[in-house]
Design a protein around this ligand. Structure first.
Ligand code: NDP
Ligand code: A1CAB
Length: 267
């Protein structure tokens, strides 16, 4: 038996495999993976020394915790052919945006415990942000085991399922927003004469350091911002440009729009 089976070895599936092994202390021998693309399976087996198979059925048959990491559009054609294999002791963990616990149970046609997890790609280096929503039937011991597993690849918080769309819109999609912001910061540096490499290094460290300052001091971002903003100095001129560009409104709208999309995916 394998402790963990992962169906779908794409961006998120691989990030979890790598994070579990390299940061979470999960042994490679505890994991079996499958994907519709045999070449992808071979790649993952070679990279992480996990067990691999072209058969999703084998993954379900041999695993206790079955992590679904296919795209939402593929959930039915992935799960339908497997439902006879889900029996006592197996738990489904779905990382699929927008796919509700109830929908997975309906496809399985039985009351198999299902957990919804919304990770993000920094889980690959153990710095993920993960939302977890438990099926009410899952006992405290199993909840702790699953929360500990995902805490091994970053910050894991338990939320009501009704908030999982917001988690998806904020932290699930959030790395893409931050990558865009960091690239724009670097391009600003280039416009002012820095090489892109220098500018990117400075931008990455500024975002990383600023985020860590919030995390380590527990101070509100506005307090820390005011400590940077010298009267009549440079920062207030930059901040004014951000306000003129409606940065805050745009970022709020981005999270809201991605959250709405997640809700649409669940319809
Ligand atoms: N990427 C991210 O940052 C995050 C993604 N997620 C969620 O994770 C899930 C996967 O996303 P992502 O990794 O980006 O997508 P990918 O397309 O990169 O990965 C999905 C993988 O599953 C494969 N696949 C498709 N159908 C099957 C099947 N029936 N059996 C086995 N494998 C199959 C796909 O193959 P093929 O490409 O040939 O179809 C692909 O290799 C999505 O539901 C997404 O909402 C959640 C949080 C963050
Ligand atoms: O874009 C997506 O749908 C997936 C879910 C969250 C991040 N990526």
């Amino acid at each position: 038996m394998f402790r963990i089976g992962i169906i779908g070895c794409g961006n998120m599936g691989e990030a979890l495999i790598k994070g579990f092994i390299e940061k979470g202390g999960v042994r490679s021998t505890d994991i079996i993976v499958s994907d519709i693309d045999p070449e992808r399976v071979k790649q993952i087996v070679n990279r992480y020394n996990v067990a691999g198979t072209e058969s999703n059925r084998k993954v379900v048959d041999l695993s206790q915790l079955i992590i679904l990491a296919v795209k939402p559009k593929d959930i039915e054609n992935t799960l339908e052919p497997l439902k006879d294999l889900f029996d006592e002791g197996k738990i489904v963990v779905s990382v699929l945006a927008g796919v509700k616990i109830e929908r997975i149970k309906n496809i399985l046609g039985k009351d198999i415990p299902v957990v919804r997890v919304m990770p993000n790609t920094p889980a690959v280096i153990g710095e993920g942000a993960v939302g977890i929503s438990f099926d009410p039937v899952i006992d405290q011991e199993k909840r702790k085991e699953i929360k500990d597993l995902f805490s091994s690849v970053g910050l894991a918080i338990v939320v009501e399922e009704s908030l999982m769309d917001a988690v998806t819109g904020l932290s699930g999609s959030g790395p893409a927003y931050v990558f865009t912001f960091i690239d724009a910061l670097a391009q600003g540096g280039v416009k002012c004469g820095l090489s892109y490499r220098e500018a990117l290094d400075l931008a990455v460290q500024t975002v990383l350091g600023s985020a860590m300052l919030i995390k380590e001091t527990g101070e509100h971002p506005s307090v820390l911002r005011d400590r940077v903003t010298s009267p009549g100095g440079t920062t207030i001129y930059g901040l004014h440009e951000l306000e003129k560009g409606s940065l805050r409104d745009t970022v709020i709208n981005a999270v809201e729009s991605a959250t709405k999309r997640s809700k649409e995916l669940s319809e």
